[in-house]
Design a protein. Structure first.
Lengths: 572, 114
């Protein structure tokens, strides 16, 4: 057998599948002749896969035709392995890509999208099942601790995030086969985490026990969700509120309209950065998987393209999630969309805090359907806060002038206006007592030579110690981003540490840009430009706070399905 | 350190470092960010091997294998970092085919999308 040729064809096929990355990211697939439609219907026609004792029957023509060569189908329509697991759309996409890359599956991009959509809808996760693992699909760089079993966590996170594990459900046999797959593909795993040697159960056995008990194929959550699952009706106007690290809060609207299928949508978002006033307009398209998992892409193909990962709430009134971009998905806002019915919606108030004793401070109320000719008396911020004037506009904002009594009680104020309210809309404080730099532990990756840079954005958050005057107590008030000057200091990991000279630069906006990748001949031992530094924020009056920044090596491999592919790699 | 004097350079550096850290701590108001408690290991980082990929076991970069290009071939051949470096066994048999020496030719290494 000519291995070279077979490898080549596998790579070409892999390219084909990689071309299909929009599977999850909402590039609506055109109908394929002869293909049973798998979009989630808007209503009726239950899609609940009639789960047998275990295993879900599969009746999708493409899956049967393309996968049956290896995945045998039994009398009840169940196919080996495939029928015995449930996953997120990202999870199914990863499986499809692996099958194409390693097992010579021939699958066109449109077919691949159909397969992922069918499996995500029939064998997905219920909202409650996904909740603890949302950070994984929302691509959040958080410090995650899997409390349920630290030993199992230790086995899994030797190589990858625990998020990959907790967003899957399998039968016990499937969990066992998954471990076998790991050993087949990566023979060193036995030494790296699966085995500890000696008699008795090994870490891999303990993991199988724990995972098959904690994440079984069939759960009450999934049977309840799948019985009622349908494509959500999301068309309409939504109020958008969000926060983008490094840039601050955003407010605006998202107009959602129906797409080509009941579970496909088009969206037009327009929003403003509250601090800078920068206006943004984005057009996008999306697919909602499993009745609630919004996967979209806005301004596709542009330099400002964003992926959208959101969760639709059960009542179809709110969506929360993250829009992101960047080589390591590090940029983009956290977002909340609230359905705007007939009446007004208040999304937020900016700035989020006013000092006691302020007079005629400008405060903007953001939302949807706000009055064009507002009456100041209608805006009620509660005791100690007087609204002196109000100016309307296009309904998305009202600009107020407020004065706060010198002796006003320190604390949050709810806003009531026009029959709607917003809890803790504004904080009345008596000065910034301390700062916090977020995130406390950040990470950037060197790049710009052969590999892309991984950036890290920081924010300086002001805090009032609250009525008790003690820091870090329950009554502390979070005052939002405050203006600071940014600098870096050496984090001493070794004597005569010189990292700060090499790792990169921290901009005036708190965004860290790492230095170039590759060996640096100027450093001892040709070290890369990696290192640890403190990121320091200094507020007026010398108030300081700092956070740890790790500048580390690139990833030479990315499993993330949406990463682009360098030109020239896909030539068959 | 009041009654002790450093008798060599290394001891001198230790003393100087202790003074620096004390000054740093005094500059920060109580309740501000302080040194994170224990190592902070960002999500998805592999650290348990020695050294780790992104961070070492203390949560820093001082103990990493450096420069990383020196170790890439071994990682690739041995499939030692399956989620970080393309493995030769299955996914990327030809990843290093253009590089005679990773330390010299690292720019030719392709970012792999499995």
């Amino acid at each position: 057998m000519n291995h070279g040729a077979s490898r080549k064809s596998a790579l070409a096929a892999a390219g084909l599948a990689i071309g299909a990355v929009a599977i999850v990211a909402a590039r609506a697939a055109p109908a394929v002749p002869g293909m049973p439609a798998s979009p989630l219907p808007a209503s009726a026609a239950p899609v609940q896969a009639a789960a047998d004792d275990d295993g879900y029957p599969i009746d999708h023509e493409i899956i049967i035709r393309r996968c049956q060569r290896c995945h045998e189908r039994d009398d009840e329509g169940r196919m080996t392995r495939i029928s015995y697991e449930r996953k997120t759309p990202e999870g199914w996409q990863t499986s499809v890509r692996r099958m194409v890359a390693l097992n010579d599956v021939s699958l066109g991009p449109d077919e691949a999208r159909e397969v992922v959509r069918y499996l995500s809808n029939r064998q997905g996760l219920a909202p409650g099942e996904l909740e603890p693992g949302r950070f994984e699909v929302e691509r959040r760089l958080i410090e995650h601790v899997y409390e349920a079993d630290r030993d199992v966590e230790n086995t899994c996170i030797q190589c990858h995030s625990m998020g990959r594990v907790i967003t899957q459900r399998r039968t016990r046999e499937e969990w066992e086969l998954l471990m076998a797959t790991h050993r087949g593909l990566y023979p060193l795993v036995d030494f790296q985490g699966f085995q500890r040697g000696g008699d008795g159960p090994q870490p891999v056995d303990e993991a199988i026990d724990h995972l098959s008990e904690t994440f079984p194929l069939e759960t009450p959550e999934w049977s309840a969700w799948s019985a009622s699952m349908r494509a959500p009706r999301l068309a309409g106007t939504w109020a958008l509120a969000g926060f983008e690290p490094g840039k601050g809060r955003i407010f605006g609207t998202v107009e959602i309209s129906a797409g080509d299928a009941p579970d496909e949508f088009r969206s037009q978002a327009s929003y403003t950065y509250a601090e800078s006033g920068e206006r943004v307009s984005r057009g996008g398209q999306s697919i909602v998987y499993t009745g609630y998992q919004w996967r979209g892409r806005s301004n596709p193909g542009g330099a400002d393209e964003l992926r959208e990962v959101m969760t639709v709430d059960r009542g179809w009134q709110r969506m929360t999630g993250r829009w992101f971009s960047g080589a390591y998905d590090e940029f983009g806002p956290d977002v909340t969309l609230t359905r705007a019915g007939g009446g007004p919606v208040v999304s937020g108030v900016h700035p989020p805090a006013v000092r006691a004793g302020s007079s005629s401070a400008e405060v903007r109320v953001h939302g949807v359907g706000l009055p064009a000719n507002p009456d100041p008396a209608e805006f009620d911020f509660g005791p100690g806060v007087r609204v002196e004037s109000a100016a309307g506009g296009d309904g998305s904002r009202v600009t107020l002038r407020v004065s706060v009594d010198e002796g006003a009680a320190v604390g949050g104020r709810d806003l009531f206006v026009g029959g709607v309210s917003l809890a803790d809309a504004i904080q009345v404080h008596d000065g910034v007592d301390r700062l916090e730099v977020t995130p406390r532990a950040g990470m950037a990756r060197i790049g710009g030579g052969a590999f892309p840079k991984g950036y890290q954005a920081y924010d300086a958050i002001g805090w009032d110690d609250g009525p008790d005057g003690e820091p870090n107590t329950e009554d502390d008030l979070r005052l939002g981003r405050v203006p600071v000057t940014w600098s870096m200091e050496e984090y001493t990991a070794t004597f005569d540490d010189d990292d700060i000279r090499y790792v990169g630069a921290l901009g005036p906006d708190g965004i860290f840009t790492p230095a170039i990748d590759g060996p640096n001949a100027d450093r001892a031992g040709n070290r890369n430009n990696v290192g640890d530094v403190w990121v320091v924020a200094t507020h007026e009056g010398g108030l300081r706070a700092r956070a740890h920044l790790i500048v580390t090596v690139p990833l030479y491999l990315k499993f993330d399905p949406w990463q682009g592919v360098p030109a020239g790699r896909l030539v068959p | 350190m009041k009654h002790l004097k450093p008798i060599n350079q290394k001891a001198g550096r230790i003393e100087a470092q202790a003074v620096r850290e004390k000054m740093d701590a005094e500059m920060d108001v109580v309740g501000l960010e302080s040194r994170p408690e224990g190592p902070h290991i960002p999500l998805g980082c592999s650290l348990v091997f020695a050294p780790g990929w992104e961070v070492d076991s203390t949560g820093g970069t001082a103990g990493l294998c450096q420069p990383v290009e020196r170790d890439l071939f071994d990682c690739h051949l041995a499939c030692f970092w399956p989620a970080h470096v393309p493995d030769q066994l299955n996914h990327s048999p030809d990843w290093t085919s253009q590089c005679a020496s990773a330390q010299k030719d690292w720019r030719k290494l392709d970012l792999v999308f499995p």
